[in-house]
Design a protein around this ligand. Structure first.
Ligand code: GLN
Length: 481
């Protein structure tokens, strides 16, 4: 029977003929079928995945050189373009749409011989924290089906959690990779803004959006990042910085580290007591190992969620104006008296409630009379946060923060109260406002039986360092469930 541990182990097993790519794909297709009700996938590409697997097996057996992701079975969040395959952002408005090009990340995965097995469910246009805002219905947390998997990349998190693929891609605008990773007990990385090209990623809030990676372990994340990161002529906001050999993951030299945590975050009344305690215990273990761990004042905690929701809804209202039913996607079939009536009818039918709420909020904060009061102010907060982060990283190597204030919510727990849902993003939005790389590591288990993690943040473009640190902490501190 096929059993997955890591990409490196899988590659060894392929070389020793203990397994094949076809066997791997068959295994995942069975796992997906056996737990369809989790609703992690919106589309699976069984036949073509099996065919590609057979081709890869043949090429390997013929002694041809293999790509870095040879036969690695990967799922894509339904916001990442895979040429000629459905792409809908879990929205009715993109019903029937198929992109005519691959996202750059997908192009690079395929060039290194990955196998795309399907597209995963998510909150509509990546707006949400529970995966309950999807036109395909909610996704269930595989560890407790009465709970949400988190969002917006809930399907991608569950696909890895429930052994329905090896690795998956998601997108993270305000926590949508790290928070579901935390709720599902897997590793989730949001790289530095611009590290991975956004070409072919459906835009939610363009100055925040970043493709992220879910996996069972840090080396898998590192290898996939190495393949998909780097400059791209199709994304002018993509970073030019060189891509390190992330997959090398050489252990860090054993020298004391300087680690900061936000005092106000750990004192926040919204934070579950057990989570607070385990983060404090964790800081003590690090101190016992000779590292400096210090609280730093973070006076902006109350402002980050409002600033995030003002800026992202503003950007979303502009980005989503392109969905008008004229060129692609859903269009209203009725008889309309004017083009405006047609747009209204199409958009009213096509968008779900959360997306409509955000378009309206964004239009409001951008309106002439309120622009300075909201949008400009939020931009100023963002600038203060960037200054703050620069100051912190001049004194510290890394920042620790809980990933979420609680473990996975019960289904429906927060759907009636959008504000409480937004507030639960309190610990994740910071890294998107400042653009720094952040990972969520599944180190802990709650007495309620659910996993949870800790976020590690490091300076811009220091992914190699972040991954090295993560690998050593996963080995040293991960507790068994
Ligand atoms: N929960 C956040 C939001 O709803 C984050 C979404 C995301 O990162 N895509 O905006």
């Amino acid at each position: 029977m096929f059993k997955y541990h890591s990409i490196a182990q899988y590659h060894q097993d392929l070389l020793s003929s203990t397994t094949t790519c076809v066997e791997a794909v068959q295994h995942y297709l069975q796992q997906i079928d056996a737990r369809r009700h989790l609703n992690a996938y919106v589309h699976t590409y069984a036949e073509e995945a099996l065919q590609r697997a057979a081709e890869l097996d043949a090429s390997r057996k013929a002694g041809k050189p293999s790509g870095k992701l040879h036969g690695v079975v990967i799922a894509l969040k339904d916001v990442i373009a895979y040429k000629d395959h459905p792409l809908t952002a879990a929205s009715k408005i993109l019903e029937g749409f198929k992109p005519v090009f691959n996202a750059t990340a997908v192009e690079r995965l395929l060039a290194e011989e990955a196998i795309i097995i399907g597209s995963t469910n998510c909150d509509e246009f990546a707006m949400g924290s529970t995966n309950e805002n999807s036109s395909y219905g909610k996704v269930l947390n595989a560890l407790d089906e009465s709970r949400v998997p988190g969002g917006s990349s809930g399907g991608s998190a569950v696909a890895v959690q429930a052994d329905q693929c090896m690795v998956s891609l998601g997108s993270d605008t305000g926590g949508s990779v790290r928070q579901p990773a935390d709720f599902c007990g897997v590793v989730g990385l949001k790289p530095t803004y611009g590290r991975i090209s956004r070409h072919g990623l459906i835009a939610y809030a363009s100055s925040f959006d970043q493709i992220g990676i879910f996996a069972n372990n840090v080396p898998d994340v590192a290898l996939v990042l190495e393949v998909i990161a780097g400059p791209d002529d199709f994304d002018s906001t993509g970073a030019q910085q060189k891509v390190d050999a992330y997959s090398q993951l050489t252990p860090l030299p054993s020298k004391p580290l300087r680690i900061a945590y936000f005092k106000e975050a750990l004192e926040s009344p919204a934070l579950d007591k057990e989570i607070r305690q385990s983060i404090l215990d964790f800081t003590q273990k690090l101190q016992a190992d000779g590292h400096t761990v210090e609280p730093v004042d973070f006076e902006f905690l109350d402002y980050i969620v409002p600033a995030y929701y003002i800026l992202t809804t503003a950007e979303a209202s502009s980005n989503l104006s392109r969905y008008d039913g004229v060129k692609y996607g859903h269009r209203n079939a009725g008889k309309n008296n004017s083009l405006t009536d047609f747009y209204c009818a199409t958009r009213s039918e096509g968008f779900g409630w959360e997306v409509k709420r955000r378009i309206m909020l964004g239009t409001f904060v951008l309106s002439a009379g309120y622009y300075d009061a909201y949008f400009t102010k939020a931009q100023q907060v963002r600038k203060l946060l960037v200054d703050k982060i620069n100051l912190i990283f001049s004194q510290f190597d890394a920042i620790l923060l809980p990933t979420a204030p609680s473990t996975a919510f019960k289904i429906g727990e927060k759907t009636e109260d959008p504000i409480s849902m937004y507030l639960a993003d309190i610990f994740t939005v910071f890294s998107n406002l400042t653009g720094i790389p952040t990972i969520s590591l599944p180190l802990f288990w709650h007495t309620n039986g659910m996993p949870y993690g800790v976020q590690i943040m490091t300076n811009q473009f220091s992914e190699l360092y972040l991954l090295q640190l993560s690998q050593s902490w996963m080995q040293q501190f991960r507790t068994a469930g």
